[in-house]
Design a protein around this ligand. Structure first.
Ligand SMILES: [Zn+2]
Length: 338
């Protein structure tokens, strides 16, 4: 297995936490027990996964001390692999759909900032073959599920590297993070996907209790066709990413507009420059409140910096109005940032 160059700084970091908080065996609450870290090479760059692991503490439970890893981990890479599924999918496509040689694939990747050895390309091709073999011959993997679990939760991902036509579909068992079925298709049509999902349904002897996906139209329809009564949830990762886009844009725009409104603060500061009376002090206090309101950028999608700015400026504004209502600034005028 090829190694990710050691010491490379991650360009992307994801903090993943298991969505499941109750033990699938005994139903008791599972505490976050410890964290694991993985560094992967993906098409986005060196990706760091900070993983929270939960374990069941019930000594009578069959799953006692069995680690439960974040469900979303499996969409990045297979267990113990150092390259993302997207890289594996791309290498497979370059080899089999575009008939590129191993050195060509290496050059292609190196040209895009991924430093890999030829031997790594060969390894990645093996991984790709492995994935597809799962689909072609090995439904033993599907039949193995019941021994360990009472049910499965499926996750469906379509990997479409580099805008190619081919899509590598992977159906995962969320609880174990293992890929149950993978197939490269030339399309993302509902009927092809339904075929794959049907294969999983038929081979699994435990019930599929839920399906998670990015909610793409064809997936939604295929899931509805094969699992009509099974809840289908949008993957929180995809959901948040998709949902945050328009919100982030709107928030950024709002922040820009708000900043325009307080542009005059510099002029006011200039006017009271050098003045030492109480009024000048108070004015400077308000100006610095406005300035400090402008600093600090919230990290999207969970912190909206435009909204934060709006809240802070409203507080300054309310304070100014209170002062105006009192007919000027009293001596006990407090810090307007309050
Ligand atoms: Zn348990």
């Amino acid at each position: 297995m090829g190694k990710v160059a050691k010491g490379l700084e991650p360009t992307v970091t994801h903090d993943l936490v298991p969505r499941r908080t109750n033990c699938p065996q005994c139903g008791r609450h599972m505490r976050a027990d410890y964290t694991n870290h993985r560094t992967l090479t993906t098409l986005t760059g060196v990706t760091r996964l900070n993983l929270t692991i939960r374990r069941c503490r019930n000594a009578q439970c069959a799953a006692h001390e069995k680690p439960f890893r974040p469900e979303a981990e499996g969409r990045f890479a297979r267990p113990h692999h150092e390259f993302g599924l997207d890289v594996v999918a791309l290498v497979g496509r370059l080899r089999y759909a575009e008939h590129r040689s191993v050195p060509e694939i290496r050059t292609h990747r190196v040209g895009r900032g991924l430093l890999i050895a030829e031997r790594t390309v060969t390894n990645l091709l093996d991984r790709y073959d492995e994935l597809l073999t799962v689909a072609l011959t090995d439904d033993r993997r599907l039949k193995e599920v019941p021994a360990a679990q009472r049910y499965v939760i499926l996750a469906t991902d379509g990997l479409q590297p580099d805008m190619g036509r081919e899509v590598l579909w992977a159906i995962r068992d969320v609880l174990r993070g293992e890929i149950l079925l993978a197939k490269s298709l030339l399309s993302a049509r509902q009927q092809d996907l339904a075929g794959l999902l049907g294969q999983v349904r038929d081979a699994c002897s435990v019930p599929v209790v839920a399906v998670v996906s990015d909610g793409q139209h064809s997936i939604r329809k295929a899931v509805a066709e094969v699992f009509p009564d099974t809840p289908h949830q949008l993957c929180p990762f995809h959901y948040l990413r998709e949902a945050s886009r328009p919100i982030y844009e709107a928030d950024r725009h709002a922040k820009k507009e708000l900043k325009k409104e307080v542009r005059g603060v510099r002029e006011i500061e200039r006017q009271v420059e050098g003045a030492t009376d109480t009024q000048a002090e108070v004015i400077r206090g308000y100006c610095s409140a406005v300035r400090s309101a402008l600093t600090g950028d919230g990290r999207p999608p969970l912190e909206a910096s435009g909204l934060t700015l709006h809240r802070r400026l409203r507080a300054v504004d309310a304070s100014l109005k209170r002062v105006a209502a009192k007919g000027g600034c009293p001596d006990h005028c407090n810090d307007p940032r309050e």
